[in-house]
Design a protein around this ligand. Sequence first.
Ligand code: ADP
Ligand code: ZN
Length: 725
Amino acid sequence: MLRVRLLVFNAALGVLDYRVPEGVQVEPGSIVIAPLGPRQILGIAWEPERLEAQDVPEAKLRPILEVLPVPPLKAELRRLIEWTADYYCAPLSAVARMALGSMAALRGGGTTTEYRLTGLEPKRLTPQRAAAMDALHGEQASIRELAELASVSEGVLRGMVGAGLLEAVTVDLDKPYPPANPQHNAPTLSEDQRKAADTFVDAVKADEFAPFLLDGVTGSGKTETYFEAVAAAIEGGKQVLVLLPEIALTENFLRRFEERFGVAPIQWHSSLKASERRRAWRAIVKGAADGGAQVVVGARSALFLPYARLGLIIVDEAHEVSFKQDEGVRYNARDVAVIRARYEKAPIILASATPALESMQLAEAGIYTKIELPARFGGAQLPDIQILDLRKDVPDKGRWIAKPLVAQMQARLERGEQSLLFLNRRGYAPLTLCRNCGHRFQCSHCTAWLVEHRFSQRLACHHCGHEEPVPDACPECSAKDCLVACGPGVERIADEVAEIFPEARVALITSDTMNSPEAIAEFVAKAENKAIDVIVGTQLVTKGYHFPDLTLVGVIDADLGLEGGDLRAAERTYQQVAQVAGRAGRGEKPGEVLIQTRHPEAPVIAALAAGDRDAFYDAETEARRDAGAPPFGRWAAIIVSSEDMAEARDAARAIGGTAPDLPDMLVLGPAPAPLSLLRGRHRFRLLINARRSAQLQKIVRAWLGPLNFPKGVRVHVDVDPYSFV
Ligand code: ADP
Ligand code: ZN
């Protein structure tokens, strides 16, 4: 008789042994269905020697029910899953889950039914049907997805099918994707670009692990250059994974990819429809041949998919903090991508104009090969950066844009050029208070102010998503018309621009307004056709865009990111300002950048003004070395939370009380976390600062493993944390 050890998708159960029935083939990585009590569970067959399980006598083993008709997860991926769980102190099953698409994809291909509008337009419609007709224009999805899109019940939509307003469409889940053509529209590269591209192409052909840091100034053509490596992988029949920090950037990428290779790549991110997910997952498992996936572009969740043969990984904007996941498995997709490349024996390119200090250090140590593109393509100059000292140039009361910046904007308007104002704060105002009694509007579930959004006329919590209407009267003192908005968000800046330049065409770009691919495409088209004079935006506008007539960038508040004492505050400020500055002067006309600040003397601001990147990296390196911060030392956070404050505090104290006393590890806390209430849970935090020599994960596991907590308590470990709230 044959036993099989299964990693099952239930963190409490973890690993279980089963019997393999006669005639059934199971190998490590096989995805199977097994019985558990009266239920059925999903599991992945694993090498028994690598996973501990309770010893169950043969006679008691129950047989597995079914081996699903998909290829087994490869050993390379299983090792990656183990590595990730181990490094980030996460349950193996939680990591493994990220490799699987949907249950439906595992069940097989075939066809599924979706619905779309027929185009029939009856004269009279119920309000609900009319709303659905509006919302579903151009959409095609399952009834359930359409109902969600249109905010109507499934019943309403079924009624519309009956009335001939919606029609069924059969979707082939195994329909091949049209192949990309590596020769479709190859650019003529500059000499620097050519050299870089040749290095990448050789690495792709070598089929060996080779990590590269592609360090190129904004506009140097990093994308064009790594596209040559993509072309080589396609020619070699290998798959390519391109990771982008956010979905909002994919639209731009898709377009450029299609221009270069003739077809769009396959996308993978959280807003795919169920059928798109199924089709993409099945193509990824199948490999590059016969209409399978050649190139997949996605957010971090694309990293753990079971690629049949990965031949190249690209992490674009590799310095971005959004590669770090802050819930569930708290992993950094940039770092895990490098590990994946190592297991897959493939090259990986980390592309950035402002690499993370950690990546710079690895390049310096010779672990990554650094490839530099020091100049903008086509002779465009990097913009001139000026400091605008807000202590001297004080904006008028209730205004946030200082006069010299207004004057520059005026000049751009007169010349028919574009300006971009950057402020990394959504909404109208970050704080609302009552003029009468001083009441401040705070989230009832979080330690956070509610942010006013004039667009939606609501007060919103940016931590938990809670929203409430802006009240007419103060809930505390009942005074009417007494609410004051404090401080600016992008909406307020856009209003200010409209007041100063009533004739200017202003575009407001935040995740609130850019919430669909269509909205992004519309914005890009307008900006390119010069139907926009002034762009006001959050960090969404700092990356990827190339508008040749944009010649002025104004940073509204460069000090914003420096508040709060975050470990990486200076680095983040540097990266954001350098990135947004990189949007200026990308065409023939030179660009100019004005940075509004109250701290011109801060080293990061001074380095930006001097255009002295090395000075910034040197200063930051020293500061990190002194603090024992990454890459010189390591941090980990232990967050303890519960709906009951005393319970959370006691659990945190119990952890603090058993903290190991080691020479190479310092434990700080417990203390209330800066965000001491989040989504109704009280939070306490311990911070660990360790030398690189410390066996951090092993120690943490040995420390926390034996502790038991009440049911309502959650304890999570964040290794190499990015968020310190
Ligand atoms: P980066 O990603 O480094 O900021 P991009 O790859 O976006 O730079 O390139 C900047 C602009 O220059 C893009 O519009 C791109 O199409 C163009 N470009 C770069 N290299 C070439 C080239 N070799 N031939 C033609 N256009 C190029
Ligand atoms: Zn909240």
